[in-house]
Structures are given as C-alpha cells and as structure tokens.
Write a protein of this length. Structure first.
Lengths: 603, 771
C-alpha cells in the first residue's frame, strides 16, 4: 500500500501544485516560477528515491516489501508497488498503478526533463501563472501514462496530457501557433480514437474467467474483481487490467484470436489500431508532420518535453500494450512495423538535411531517431525451431535505451536552439555562424549534445542505435543495411548544422550584440543534459541494470507464446485431421513458417 | 604475474584521458595562455610511453623473441561490460600480443615527440592569434584568443582513443574507438574553426569516414549474427562455451574443408555449413557449433570481412574513400604528422592485420587490389601537387596502399613492418614540412627554394626522410628503414605474382610506383631546399625552428634510419617482434573455394635469397631512376618541368584535379543526396501536409454542409412549420372581424353543426347498439 500511495503521490503532486498555484495572484511571477521549479524538483527527488541504493528488507514477496519500502528492486522483472483498487465498479475499472523496469527509466526521464524544462521556463513571460498550471498538469498526465496499469486509466492520463499540451502550444507558441496546436491536437486525437476503439474491442473480448487461477493471481487484479471471477457465472468478466489482458492475449487459445473482420482476428486489428495510434505519437512517417510544426511553434521548454517525453509514450505504448496483449498481430505485422521504422529513419534524416529552420531540423532528427526505436521494437527476430531470443532482447533493449538516449539528446538540442533563439530571435540556419567565438561554453555543451544525437561512442546515442541495427540484422538484412546507411545521413546533417551555426569566423544574422554568454541557469540545464549524455554513453548499464530484466521478460513471454502456438499447431496436426486444424487455428497456422512444422515432425 | 600487464596498459591508456578531462575543465586557466595544458598532456603521454615500454620489456622477458609465428601468445580479458544480453556481450577489454605492445610503444613515442614539437609550432596560440587566412566583413584579418590548451586537449583525447583502438579485444570496442579517433581528427582538422576551408575539410573527413563505417557496422552485425560474439578470442579456458571469433571462423573453415574433401567425391557444393550437419549425431557440442555457425557460409564470410574492410578503406584513406585525407591537411601540421600520417590512418591497416584470421582468400585479394589502385593513384597525384603538405598526404595514401597490398598478398609482417617504419619517416617528413611552413608562412613549394642555408637541420632531417621513404640503401648490405619494409612488401608481391600470374601486374605497379615515390619526394626536397630562393619575401623571413621542434626532428630522423635494423648480434628487431604474433589467414592453404583460383603464398617463402636479391635490385633501380628524373628536373634543372607540363597538359590537368574523383563524388552523391533531401522535405510539405490539411479542411467543409443542411432542411422544416402556422394564423385573422353579429352567427352555425353531427353519430350508434 505504501508503494501505491507513493506512486500516486508522484503522479498527483504536480496536479496538486497546479491547484495551489491557482490561489496565487497572477502578478507573483517569480514566486510562481519558483514554486513550479520546486514541485518538479520534489517530484524528481521522489522518483530518485525509487532507485535509492541499498537493499530493502529481504525475503518477502514484492507486494509485502512494497508496504515497508518504496525502493525499486533492480533485477526484478515483474511489476513493483503494483496494487489495484476498484475505481468504477460496474465496468471493472481499477485504479491500478505499478512500475517495472520498462517504466522506471521513463518515469525518471519524465521527472528529470520536467525539472530541466521548468528551469528553462524562465524565458516564458506571458501569463506565467496559467503556463505553470498547465505545465504541472502536463507532468501529472505524463507520469500517469507511464505508471498506469489499467488500460482505461492509461487512456484517461493519455487524454489528460493532451489538453495542456494543446494550450501550451496554442497560447505560448510562435506565429503559427494556432495551426500547430490544432494540428497536434487533431493528429493525437485520431490516435486516441483508434486507441479507444482497440481498447473497447479488447475489453469486450476479454474474460478474466478464462485465465487459469495462477495467471489471475499474477495479474494483480483487485481483490474485488478476483472475488467476482471466482464466483460462478457464465457472463464473461471483462477487464481493463493490462497485466490480465496480456495474460489473456498470450494464451494459445486466446479470446483475442476470434476472427473480427476481413478474416483477421481481434488481436490483429487491435494491434493495428493501437500501433497506428502510438505511431502517431512516436511519430513515424507518414503520420509525423504534426511534429515539425508543433516543435517550431512551441516554446523551448515545451519542445523539450514534447521531444523528450511525449514521443516516448508512443514507444512505451508499443512495448507495454501492443506487443504483450496482441502478440499474434505483432508477429504478423512485424515487417510492417520494421519497414515503417526504417522509412522513418531514412526519411527523417533526409528531410532534416533540407531544412532551413534550426528547430525544424532538430524536429526531423527526432523523426529519424525515433525510427530506430520502432525498428528495434519491431524486429521479431525469433526463428522457429532455434528459439534464440538474445538478438531480439538486444533489439528491444536497444530500442528502449534509444528512447532514453533520445530523451536526453533531443531535449538538449531543443534547449540549445532555444538559448540561441532567446538571444537573437531567429532560427535561420544560414544566419548563424561564429557562435563558437562568442559563446564558447555554450558551444562546447551544444557540440556534446549534437554529437550524442549523431551517435558518437561514449555518448548516449551510440549504444541504442548500434544495438538496434545489430538486432535488425538478424531479422532482415536488407532493412538493417538500409537502416545502417542512416549513420552517413545523420553525420551529414548534424555536422553541416554544427558548421553553419557554431563554427566560422563571423555571425551573419541580426542582433549580434545579444549573443551573451550563458547565464548560470542556462548553463546548469545544458551541462546537466551533457553530463547525462556522457554518463549514459559510458555506463549504459545504469539503465540496462533496471530495464533489461523487464524487457527480457516481455520478450520471453512472447517467445513462450510463439512456442506454445507452434507446438499447439504441430501437436494438433499430429492428432487431428488437417482440415480440422485449419478450421481451428486458421490465422495462426497460415502464418507460421513451414520450418516449425519441419522441426515438429523431426521431434 | 600476468595481471600486471593489463594494469600497465590500462594506466598507459587512461592517462591521456585524464589529461583530456583536466584540460577540458581547467582549460585556459592552466598557466599563462594555457601553457600548463601542454605540459600536462606531454607528461601524460610521456608516462604512457614509459609504461608501454615497461610493458613491452616485461612481455619480451616472458615471451622471448625468435620463435616462429602461427601460435602466438595472447593475453586477453575484459575490463568492463557495457551491456549483455544472454551471451551477447559488449565490453571493453584488452587483447595483448607483441603487435599490441609494439603499437603502444610506437604510438605513444611518436605522440610524445609531437607533443614536444607542438610547443614550438603552436606557440602563437599562447596569446591572441592574428589569422591571416580569415578576413572579416570589415576587411581586416581576424584576431582571436589563442587555443593552445584546446590543441593539447584534443591531442590527449586522440591518444586515448587511438590506444583504445589498439588494445581492444573485440570489434565492438574497435568500432567505438574507431569513431572516437574520427571525431578527434574532425576537431583537429577543423582546429582553425574560423577558416571555412578547415571546417569544410573536417566535415568531409568525418562524413567520408562514416561511409566506411557504414560498411563496418554491417560487418559487425554479420559477425555478431553468425558467430554470436564480437570478441577476437575469449579469455581463459571458458572458451568451450563461448569461443571467440577467430576460433569460430577457424572451425567453420575446417568444417567446410572437410566437407569440400567429402564433396569432391560427391557432386555439388554445400551452401550452408550448419544445415548440412544438422542430421549429424556428434552430440551437443556439434549442435552448439552448428547453431553458432548457422549462417557462416564462405560467401558470407567473404562479404562480412569485406564489410569490415570498408571501415579500413575509410580510415586508411584507400581508394575510393581517399578523398578526405588531402583536404585534412587544413589542420595544424603536428596533427597531420600524428593523426594523418603515423597513427590514425594506419589504424585501417592495423585492423586488417588484426582481423586477418577472418579474411578469406577472396577478401584478401580485394584488399590487395584496393591497395594497388590506391598506391598508384595517390602517387600520380603527388607528382603534380605544389602544396608541400598535400604532396606528403598523397604520399601517405600511397604508402598506406603499399601496406594494404602487403597484407593482401599474404605479407602480414611485411605490411605491418612498413606501418612502423612509415610512421617514423612520415612523421619526420610532416614535422619537417611543418618546420618549413612555420618558417615561410606558406604551403606553396614554388614560393620556397634554397632554404637549406637558412634551415640546415630541417633540410638534413628531411633528406633523411626522403631517403627512407624512397627505400635508399645498398642492396643486400644495409639501408634505411624504408628499404627493408618496402622490399619485404615487394618481395611478397613478387611471390604472389609467381603463384597467381593473373595478378602479376600488381607487382609491376608497386615496383613502378616505388620509382615514382622517389621522384616526388626528391622533387619536394629540391623544390624546397635546393637552388635559389624564388620568393625573396619568404626567404627573408625563413629561420631555423626552435629547439623543441628540431629535437623532435632529429629523434625521428634517427629512428627513420635505424628502425629497420636488428639489434647487433641478435635477430631482435621490429620484424622479429611482429613475427611473434604473426597470424596466418584462415584460408591460407587455398582449399577454400574462391572466385578465382587463388593461392596466398606463405610469408616465409619470400625471405628466400634469390627472390630477395632480385626484388631488392629492381626496387633500388626504380628508386634510382625516380631520383634521377627528380634531379634532372628540379635539382640541376637540366630540363624544365614547365615544358613537360605544356606538352602533356591533359594528363597534368587530370592529375592536378585528382582524377576528377572529388568532382564525380560531388555530382553523383552529394548533390543527389541533397536533391533527395529536398524531395523529402517537399513531400512533407506538399503531399503529407496537404493531405492532413485537406483532411481537416474537408471535415470542416463537411461540417459546413452539415450546418447548411441544418439550416436549410432541419431548420427549414421547423421554420416552414412555424411559418405555415403563422400564415394560417394570419389567414384566420380575417375571420376575426370583431363584430358581434358575425360571432353570434358563427356560434349559431357551430352549434347547429354540432347538433347535426351529434344526432347523426349518436343515431347511427344507437341503431348499431340496438340491432
């Protein structure tokens, strides 16, 4: 219970802060800014408390431990501090928070970047109070998304985050802010609608009673639902519990295998809908065009949040929801996911190269870098008969690491652009130059950040990119080779940008006199990000240590599903007539390669 | 006892990093103008050098020289794990054999002297610098603060990266440091960030290198996929479970050979190692191997090896990725000496030597071919260049081509031997040219001439360098370092020529270019130091360089002479050191099926006296002819080079334009990439955004229609109803005339009507009920 309360406190503290800020006079700008910064700092420290070193009381179950100790146990693949309490009883909606190795780094990233973004928010001078309130609400939404384990709750947080963002872009943005804000809103809303459809599809197909009792217990259902599920009854007991849904989805005879439409199963359709919904957020080509506009118009701190955290929700959704719940759809659509990833990588890099606007360039680099995430998540490299999961694990871990790395580097890049914009009020790449001479400390930090994005070894971008490419190679050589070629394009646009902006003899744009050295506050934000880039690049284990067990668990679960399905197919093929087999598992059978059957018959 | 060696190397490796970090943080505050940074960096690399020498001595004490290669002693282990996924491990570790230690000593030694030299060369950076190459908008030359400490900071980072590359025990680590040396090179080429040409050159260098690295990533991915590891060899005897790359490839090759032997009795060639053996029942061990080697076909092995070689092509500036190195001369000259002559560019050669067991005969042939093409092209470019540093840059490319050729034709020791000797004499030549540039303030040789009077030390040491690179010596008796190493390569190529007549031309090209080398080097020397000063202004300014610079020149000159020799009375020398870790290519026996019937000759065969005598004589002759022609044109000026230039204008132009390769790349790759980028941006704005905007717009239209429908039909219907009722009301109003008589009349009519209706209705009703 202490764990649940602690997690709830993390999620709702910013919202509480927003509420308190409402009582402040709008003229007390400095106080409001400081309180906002203070709240984000407290949230950050609280999330840091989760990874506080030292062992908690040992020899107990995770649930019992969570009562005494809010620390996160590293190396533990399962959910921690996970507890569900009933929320809306008639639909079995639970208030269910929990944290595991996949969400922990993202939660830390969120609180960390929120803190830095709050520190970077001094440049916002319009309606400071409203800005701060929305900013804090946004943080609650983001943390909630990463911590919710109930699909409905997840959806609610997802929407909670959407509205503040809309206003933050639409009110505090640049000249085309209305267009950008509505574009952002509509794209994301389309994604939400698709997600909502999938959510309802899965909900109405789910039935907790179909789960074996052991799995039900592992799903951490709230005691009320648990009792309901034990009571006799024929009416299916629907659930939004993500863990239970995953367990259901991974059953060989999953209720989601029912055909839904056009000969495809519920799992297939749900996967596709969810995938598209999340890909809009990632964003992947061709649903990425909201991103450059939103970034260009958004104020600097909001760009940092947008690139650093919001994009990660797409990736998080894919690994937390799409894959575990609909493995069948994931397996069948793996080529689609990977293809989109590679296209995004190449296309984003090319588009970045053609930009004139500094911020647009950085935005497109995000498209390219998030393509790695999609590719790494999608590369279903498991070969039936060999069952070698290590490449797949490498790819998934690489993709997750890339999310963290990109969170650091893209937030950093937007911050760096913002620093310049605050001084000279333009972003035309051809009108910079010579910044190195005028702002040496700033340039040094910027170069570290940009090179982190370039994927330089020793900085955070390298590990994720390389692992993803390696893993993709064992899935599809062609895709891996195309993907690897992006390193050339990336070097091209980043170095070209560095040369145009930072190097050279003279500044070629307006307001040369405004190019003053960094303030202490700016330096702190920039240096923190640069140090983080180095730390994650040199000690990637700091992330993998927490992340890998949970990611590996996800992979293992899917590998098990695949084994179970193929063994089922093979066994029933041995026992029953072929027609009946085909009838029973149409979808599954058609898509498993003949190798499985060979392997099975040899067995 | 063995534990001390990795620690020594670790210390030697990390000291420059420490220096980098300190300078990064303390920067300009270290002494006047940042001079302290120079001392610190020099100290760090000096201590590194001492530690490396101690390590080498320790090693030689335990592994005495003189044995034959093939079963080399190796000490390997991991220091630190970056990430691990089941058995896929990415780590930082050491792989120590005599080659590693030799490289450590060579790199730190040259780096130390270049650090020393730079005190003199970079002294301008101690205070504000007046950059004559950059003119501001106001027409005046730029004046900027000095960056002495930055220079040493980058040098330290470079030393750290280079040593990391050398000590690496796995390809992942090699790749990481490969990129890091690339970025150091980027910083140092672009050291004069204010000069557009410098920043352009640094971008070009990094991006061209990335093209090679792209191939390298594919190579890494292939090996990781096929072998499940990127470690050369696994430490200790835990190798049963997870063997390193070398043993996996060896196993696969052996299996394949077995199968080939079997297949010669059967028909057809197997395509997949693992698959064929799947039916076998040799137990778990075989099954493990099969799984690992599931994809390691000869073709894949060749391709993977070549993919790795792509990285070497980029880093070692081999054709077709050689274009970056001449431009890299924009950097300060000590950098050119250290990075772009002695160490970093040789990393490609080093890596080929390291992964030698992974290269198939076909791959080695490609290595040799690339080397041959490169050494020829670069030498021709050097012939017409007038920028002193560019001549040396082309010469470097050409010499690296020799090394690749040597490795490709089976001369593992020969290629690496040339790497070492070349490092000394090319560093010397660059430092000499730096001394000249320092004195003259220009790179253009036509503006120099007759400098030997003013700078005797520089002239003399440069002459030693020229002699060394030309391979001067008394055949079969004694010679300068280049004499030994170049002859070793030529002899091995000659042997290759004998065994594979189809590729015999490589020997003649290499031999001919040996003459060209002598020609362009002495052309350089004569143009700079001989004759009369051609530019009074330059000659007037010229002076001998400060002692720090001269000291470095002398030390390197001595080494350029002696580094090919053996310690008197023993057979100890660089060759015997390398011989200790010599590896034979996995496919040396030549039984592997290759595209062309290839036989890679054994290296020891080329030591045969007759071959040696022949080749030595021919090479000497070629160099002599080259020297003679240079003397005729530029020394005694018996012939005028201008005449030749006029007569062969086309050829001259072709060479001066570097065979138009840069222009072709620009037209084919750079422009098309930019065009493609513009297309992508256009698609975004004009197709995807158009779709999105129009989707939104059409929804808006739809809602407008909806609004219209609402107003016309729904509202219309309601309004129409209302209007109808209203109309009726209006019409009805006519009847309300307000006259009582009319009302009464209507009332009466109404009552009567009701009465009639009621009667009829009730009556009928009554009738019905009644009857």
């Amino acid at each position: 219970m202490a764990g649940l309360i602690f997690l709830s406190a993390i999620v709702f503290l910013p919202a509480l802060g927003a509420l308190i800020l409402l009582f402040f006079p709008a003229s007390a700008e400095t106080a409001i800014r400081r309180i906002t910064l203070g709240i984000t700092l407290v949230v950050f420290l609280m999330t840091l408390r989760l990874v506080f070193p030292g062992d908690g009381p040992a020899g107990e179950t995770l649930l019992e431990r969570s009562i005494h100790d809010v620390r996160f146990v590293a190396g533990e693949p399962g959910y921690q501090h996970a507890l569900a309490v009933p929320w809306i009883r008639s639909f079995n909606i639970e208030y269910f928070l929990g944290i595991d190795g996949i969400s922990l780094p993202l939660v830390l990233l969120t609180s960390f970047l929120s803190l830095l973004a709050a520190a970077a928010s001094w440049s916002v001078t319009k309606h400071v109070k409203a800005y701060s309130v929305l900013f804090l609400l946004l943080e609650t939404g983001m943390l909630g998304v990463f911590l919710a384990l109930d699909f409905f709750l997840f959806y609610v947080f997802w929407e909670v985050m959407l509205l503040p963002m809309y206003f933050l872009i639409g009110i505090w943005g640049g000249p085309r802010k209305e267009y950008a804000a509505i574009k952002f809103f509509l794209f994301t809303l389309v994604g939400s609608v698709l997600m909502l459809i999938a959510l309802l599809m899965l909900y109405f197909a789910s039935d907790v009673r179909k789960l074996p009792e052991e799995a039900r217990r592992q799903s951490l259902l709230s005691s009320e639902v648990m009792v309901k599920s034990l009571a006799p009854g024929d009416k299916p007991l629907h659930t939004f519990n993500l863990v239970a849904l995953a367990k259901l989805g991974q059953m060989p005879d999953s209720p989601f295998n029912e055909p839904a439409w056009l000969g495809k199963s519920i799992a297939w359709w749900a996967f596709l809908l969810l995938l598209v919904g999340f890909l809009i957020k990632v964003p992947s080509v061709p649903v990425h065009t909201w991103l450059p506009d939103a970034h260009v118009e958004a104020p600097t701190p909001i760009s940092m949040i947008l690139a650093g955290i919001l994009l990660k929700m797409g990736g998080y959704g894919i690994i937390r929801i799409c894959y575990p719940i609909c493995p069948q759809g994931a397996y069948e659509l793996a080529w689609f996911v990977c293809g989109l990833g590679v296209v995004s990588m190449v296309y984003g890099a090319l588009a970045a190269m053609a930009q004139q606007d500094f911020k647009r360039l950085v935005a497109y680099s995000s498209v390219s870098h998030m393509g790695y995430v999609v590719l790494g998540l999608g590369a279903w490299s498991l070969v039936p008969g060999v069952w070698d999961t290590q490449y797949w694990k490498m790819g998934m871990n690489g993709a997750m690491f890339q999310m963290i790395a990109h969170g650091i580097s893209s937030a950093g890049m937007f911050f760096m652009v913002g620093v310049l914009y605050d001084r000279v009020h333009h972003r035309d790449l051809d009108k910079f130059g010579g910044i190195f001479g005028k702002m040496p400390a700033y340039t040094a930090l910027a170069i570290v950040i940009f090179f982190a994005a370039l994927g330089l070894p020793g900085l955070c971008g390298f590990i994720g990119e390389v692992l993803v490419i390696f893993a993709a190679f064992s899935y599809s050589r062609v895709l891996a080779i195309i993907g690897a070629s992006v390193v050339i394009l990336t070097a091209g646009y980043i170095l070209w940008t560095v040369r145009r902006v930072y190097l050279g003899a003279e500044y070629r744009g307006p307001h040369a006199e405004a190019l003053t050295p960094l303030t202490l506050r700016e330096f702190t934000v920039g240096a923190t990000l640069a140090v983080a880039a180095v730390v994650f690049g040199v000690f990637p284990q700091t992330v993998f240590h927490y992340m890998a067990p949970s990611v590996n668990r996800t992979v293992d679960e899917m590998a098990q599903w695949m084994k179970a399905v193929s063994v089922n197919v093979v066994e029933s093929a041995a026992e029953e007539t072929p027609e009946k087999v085909r009838h029973e598992s149409t979808v599954v059978l058609d898509n498993l390669s003949s190798e499985v059957l060979e392997a099975g018959s040899q067995r | 006892m063995e534990a001390i060696l990795p620690q020594l190397l670790l210390a030697a490796w990390l000291l420059p990093l420490l220096s980098f970090v300190v300078i990064l943080l303390a920067g300009a505050r270290m002494g006047e103008g940042g001079r302290g940074a120079g001392y610190l960096a020099t100290l760090a690399v000096g201590v590194s050098c001492v530690l490396s020498i101690i390590a080498l001595v320790w090693w030689l004490g335990h592994h005495p020289l003189g044995g034959h290669g093939g079963h080399s002693e190796v000490l390997t282990g991991d220091w630190y794990t970056l990430a691990q996924f089941e058995s896929l491990r990415f780590s930082v570790g050491y792989y120590v054999d005599s080659l590693t230690l030799g490289m450590f000593v060579m790199v730190t030694f040259i780096a130390f002297w270049i650090h020393v030299y730079s005190f003199g060369y970079m002294h301008e950076e101690l205070h504000d610098v007046h950059d004559p190459f950059v003119t501001g908008a106001d027409g005046r030359n730029l004046v900027r603060p000095g960056r002495f400490h930055r220079f040493y900071q980058y040098l330290s980072l470079f030393c750290f990266s280079m040593l990391g590359l050398v000590v690496a025990n796995n390809l992942f680590m090699v790749f990481a440091f490969w990129e890091l040396v690339g970025i150091c090179s980027y910083f140092l080429i672009g050291f004069y960030v204010e000069r557009p040409s410098a920043t352009l050159a640094s971008n070009k260098a990094f991006i061209v290198n990335r093209v090679g690295d792209f191939g390298m990533i594919i190579g890494l991915a292939t090996f990781l996929f096929a072998c499940g590891t990127l470690h050369y060899a696994m430490p200790g005897n835990a190798s049963e479970h997870h063997p390193g790359l070398f043993s996996i490839v060896k196993d696969a090759t052996n299996q394949l050979q077995d199968k080939n032997n079997a297949a010669s009795s059967h028909e057809g060639t197997p395509t997949n190692v693992g698959h064929e053996k799947a039916g076998g029942s040799s137990g778990l061990e075989t099954a493990n191997k099969i799984e690992r080697n599931r994809a390691l076909t000869p073709v894949l092995l060749t391709l993977a090896g070549l993919a790795l070689f792509c990285g070497c092509i980029g880093k070692s500036a081999q054709f077709p990725l050689h274009v970056w190195l001449p431009d890299a001369m924009e950097g300060p000259t000590p950098v050119s000496a250290l990075i772009h002559a002695a160490t970093m560019v040789a990393a490609g050669v080093y890596l080929v030597a390291r992964i030698y067991p992974l290269l198939t005969a076909d791959a080695l042939l490609v290595v040799a071919l690339v080397g041959t093409i490169t050494l020829f092209l670069a030498a021709t470019m050097a012939v017409v260049a007038t920028d002193i540093k560019r001549v040396l840059a082309y010469s470097t490319i050409s010499q690296l081509g020799y090394m690749m050729l040597g490795l490709g034709v089976g001369g593992w020791v020969a290629g690496l031997f040339h790497l070492f000797t070349h490092a000394f004499f090319k560093a010397l030549l660059f430092l000499g040219s730096g001394s000249v540039i320092h004195a003259c303030g220009t790179n253009e040789m036509p503006a120099m001439g007759g400098l030997w009077r003013k700078m005797p030390w520089t002239a003399a040491t440069m002459l030693v360098g020229c002699l060394a690179i030309s391979g001067a010596g008394i055949p079969l008796v004694i010679g300068l370092s280049g004499y030994y190493s170049k002859d070793a390569i030529l002899a091995q190529t000659f042997l290759f020529h004998r065994m594979n007549p189809l590729f015999g031309w490589m020997f003649y090209v290499a031999l001919g270019v040996a003459g060209v080398t002598a020609f362009y080097m002495f052309r350089l020397w004569f143009l700079v130091f001989w004759g009369k000063p051609r530019d009074e202004h330059v000659a007037h300014h010229a002076h001998e360089s400060p002692r720090t610079m001269v000291a470095a020149l002398v030390v390197l000159a001595v080494l350029s002479v002696v580094s090919g020799w053996t310690v008197p009375g023993t057979s100890w020398g660089i060759t015997s050191l390398l011989e200790q870790s010599r590896v034979t290519p996995a496919t040396e026996t030549g039984t592997l099926q290759s595209a062309v019937a290839l036989r890679i000759p054994d290296e020891h065969a080329s030591h045969e006296h007759t071959i040696h005598a022949w080749v030595s004589g021919l090479a000497f002759l070629a160099a002599l002819i080259g020297f003679g022609i240079a003397a005729v044109f530029y020394g005694i000026r018996w012939l005028d080079p201008e005449d030749v230039r006029q007569r062969f204008r086309g050829v001259w132009e072709l060479l001066a334009q570097r065979w138009y390769i840069d222009q072709i790349y620009d037209a084919v790759f750079v422009r098309n990439a930019l065009r493609l980028a513009a297309v992508a941006a256009w698609i975004d704005r004009n197709i995807i955004d158009w779709l999105a905007d129009h989707a939104a717009l059409s929804v808006r239209r739809l809602s407008q229609w909806d609004d219209w429908i609402d107003r016309i039909f729904v509202d219309g219907a309601v309004n129409a109803l209302a209007a109808g009722i209203y109309d009726m009301g209006i019409r009805l109003r006519r009847w309300q005339a307000g006259k009582i008589r009319v009302y009464i009349m209507w009332i009466v009519i109404g009552i009567v009507a009701l009465f009639i209706i009621g009667t009829i209705y009730l009556g009928i009703g009554a009738n019905i009920s009644r009857g």
